[in-house]
Design a protein around this ligand. Structure first.
Ligand code: GLA
Length: 731
């Protein structure tokens, strides 16, 4: 229900307080976003408002300068403004005033609270609706719908930027964000929160270097402690996040869609709606991250047993086994091998459609290739399904090879600017979904294939950047429309084929955000399956994406993208936590490897109920060569941890490792899970004394003291299984 709200609002959820000053006439101000303040009286909120008014500084405006959710220069704010744009040069600076009552009601998701605010700027002839929600898991999310209210005789409003701003306190004096590249996504970087603007942009429609989160926190904040505030943009086009500290010391995190010049032009009565900008506060990164995971898991479409979906099926993807070399006998043999070791879903990757013998041609020609597949896909699909596995198929719907029947028939359907084409990337261009004909063609083709064949899963790929991406014939920038059309396309396919799961891939992890995750079931975190690289790629991706939505595969002994070799236990133990897959030519694997792999798959199946619903925990082990991470059941009755030796160091092993996140009052039986006996090289007196029989300790002791972890060679790991011991108290 929506009701008029008092002018001071205190929203609380899951340990987070959001205090908003909605008294107007200016846009709402966040007085506090952070730790729960408890059940405070109105008088206290009023005192907080008074105590929050900044002092008038010398050599600046003669007013206290407020920082609103949409900051404005017209009130003296001299950082990045929330809305920029103009009407043929005029109306470049906004001055919004509240219009109508501020309302408070339920948000979109169960348990969330929404504040809605209307405001107008009569001079600029703009109106906005600002929505601000606190979700049940304690996430703040906010968006703006901006409308031009000018008459047709006034120039259109050319919107340049619309960023939503969340203030962070002085304590947030260190910034963490991520960068990377293809096969090395999500590399963390930290720096002090100094004066100026730290700006992270996506201006190519996706990015292996894109940061999923920009966080600011107390210097040295870790996974388990240190206040931290993080911001994310739920949008699969261009976006930006900035961390800004201005003269005087005010600092904020602001974010929105990155708009290209002239991309959004608002004619009379037209509205631009920004993506949702999410903010997550935590005492430590685990807390910040858990709010995203809990939010995703509470959605009705989340791929969970709680929503009536099966457990995440273990899959095989044939890409690194066969690449473009599609031969029925080989693919059938792979299916046989996969089914024999417990695989539940078989995914045929790139190479099945017309002209696609390598990556130079064929994208857009979404017809089963008559030469390679003379009897269609049925012989393979029937075989796969006969083995009891589901079948998945690769598409790259938003792309087109100039060497394709589609491009020859419709060269005007390529995103391009002026009379030139963008430079090719992987020999391909982007199909302009802003053309109704192109959109309908792709929709019809995917629909036809999904209708003809019993397909359970799409791997939806997107393998190039959007560069110079204009819409023809107007020449207007087309990235915004492309992202919006992509969402419509996926939504339409899901409506027509509700049973089909979708994986979002973009040359690995080039597109991972809450916009795409709202309409897909998992992301492919990276084209790099090297377990060592994956440790950090998944740590970074996992801040946003819960394990069950993150595809993680066990590759062949020799990693194709890095050339490293790893034992199966390291490869499997790394992929074990997420949505598990195999990407390895099993027809060339040894019997011993296949037997061990079957053991790992069985182990994963035995524990995936815990792994895919529990709370992700990362210990702040002080030795950088050792990482400790795990998953603790939501009732804290069980947990699995990995102790990962990334590289060698001067220490004799990691020493005692602490296992956080457990119930401090309960006793736990700690037992190594060691399918391949990774400790096999220490079988004598040098074997850890507690290893074989396990040990029983309280959650408090495990958190504060820990257990001696084994010495391991670099690029090895061990798994520990913890089960709470029933005590008299439990009975
Ligand atoms: C991208 C994907 C890979 C594979 C290839 C196929 O690189 O990320 O997993 O599907 O395309 O061309």
């Amino acid at each position: 229900m929506t009701t008029p709200a008092p002018d001071l609002l205190h929203l609380r959820a899951a340990g987070v307080s959001l205090v908003l000053d909605c008294a107007g006439p200016l846009l709402p101000r966040v007085l506090h976003w952070g730790a729960d303040l408890g059940d405070v009286a109105v008088a206290e909120l009023e005192a907080l408002r008074l105590a929050s008014i900044p002092q008038i500084a010398g050599a600046t405006v003669d007013l206290p300068v407020p920082l609103s959710v949409v900051p404005e220069q017209s009130v003296g704010w001299l950082g990045t403004p929330g809305v920029t744009g103009h009407r043929h040069g005029a109306s470049f600076s906004t001055a919004f005033r509240l219009s109508g009552a501020v309302t408070l009601g339920a948000g979109e998701h169960p348990g969330s609270q929404r504040v809605s605010v209307r405001a107008t700027d009569d001079d600029a002839a703009l109106a906005l609706v600002l929505d601000l929600e606190l979700t049940a898991s304690g996430l703040v999310r906010t968006r703006v719908a901006l409308t031009s209210t000018a008459g047709a005789d006034v120039p259109e409003f050319m919107l340049s930027s619309l960023d939503l701003s969340l203030p962070v306190p002085t304590e947030a004096d260190e910034i963490l964000d991520f960068t990377g590249r293809w096969i090395r996504e999500r590399t963390a970087q930290r720096k002090p929160f100094t004066f100026g603007t730290h700006l992270r942009e996506v201006r190519k429609g996706r990015g292996h270097d894109a940061t999923l989160i920009v966080a600011a926190g107390r210097a040295g904040f870790g996974y388990r402690s240190g206040e931290v505030w993080g911001v994310h943009v739920a949008w699969s086009g261009n976006s930006r996040i900035l961390a800004e500290k201005i003269q005087g010391g005010a600092r904020h995190l602001a974010a929105g869609e990155l708009l290209l010049a002239g991309e959004i032009i608002l004619a009379a009565g037209q509205t631009y709606t920004s993506p949702w900008v999410f903010g997550s506060y935590g005492d430590g990164l685990d807390d910040m991250s858990a709010r995203f995971h809990t939010y995703l898991r509470a959605r009705p479409q989340h791929p969970s047993v709680a929503n009536g979906r099966p457990e995440r099926p273990v899959l095989i993807n044939v890409w690194e086994a066969v690449y473009f070399d599609h031969r029925l006998d080989k693919l059938v043999a792979l299916a046989d091998e996969a089914a024999a070791i417990g695989v539940e879903r078989y995914v045929l990757d790139d190479g099945w459609f017309r002209h696609r013998r390598d990556d130079h041609a064929g994208l857009g020609d979404w017809f089963v290739d008559e030469v390679v597949w003379p009897d269609g896909l049925s012989p393979l699909i029937d075989h796969v399904r006969g083995l009891g596995m589901q079948f998945g198929l690769w598409f790259e719907p938003e792309m087109i090879n100039p060497d394709s029947d589609l491009a020859r028939a419709h060269p005007e359907w390529i995103l391009a600017t002026g009379n030139r084409l963008p430079p090719e990337a992987r020999f391909q261009q982007v199909l302009d979904l802003g053309h109704e004909g192109a959109y309908n063609y792709v929709l019809e083709r995917i629909d036809a294939i999904l209708t003809e064949y019993p397909i359970d899963y799409i791997k939806w790929d997107h393998n190039r950047d959007l560069i110079d991406a204009g819409h023809s014939p107007t020449g207007q920038a087309g990235v915004h429309n492309q992202a919006a059309a992509l969402y419509r396309l996926i939504d339409e396919i899901r409506a027509r084929h509700p049973r089909v799961e979708i994986e979002s891939c973009s040359g690995g992890g080039g597109r991972a955000d809450l916009g795409i995750l709202d309409r897909t079931d998992r992301i492919w975190a990276s084209d790099c399956i090297d377990a060592l690289e994956r440790q950090s790629i998944e740590a970074g991706t996992g801040l946003l994406v819960p394990p069950e939505m993150m595809g993680s595969h066990i590759g062949s002994p020799h990693c194709h993208t890095t050339g490293r070799r790893h034992d199966l236990s390291f490869r499997a133990g790394t992929a074990f936590f997420s949505h598990l897959g195999i990407e390895w030519d099993l027809t060339s694997a040894s019997e011993a490897d296949k037997a061990e792999l079957a053991g790992w798959i069985a182990l994963h199946k035995a524990h995936r109920g815990l792994l895919h619903t529990g709370t992700v925990v990362r210990a702040d082990h002080p030795e950088p060569t050792t990482w400790v991470h795990g998953v603790v059941a939501t009732d804290a009755a069980e947990a699995i941890f990995a102790v990962v030796q990334l590289s060698s160091g001067p220490n004799q092993g990691p020493g005692r490792v602490r296992l956080p996140g457990l119930d401090p009052t309960r006793q736990y039986r700690v037992q190594a899970i060691d399918p391949a006996d990774a400790m096999g090289n220490r079988t004598g007196a040098d074997r850890l004394q507690w290893w074989d029989d396990g040990v029983q300790l309280s959650g408090r002791t495990l958190d504060r003291v820990g257990v001696q972890a084994p010495m391991q060679n670099p690029e090895h790991l061990v798994l520990l299984h913890l089960v709470a011991v029933a005590t008299a108290r439990d009975a």
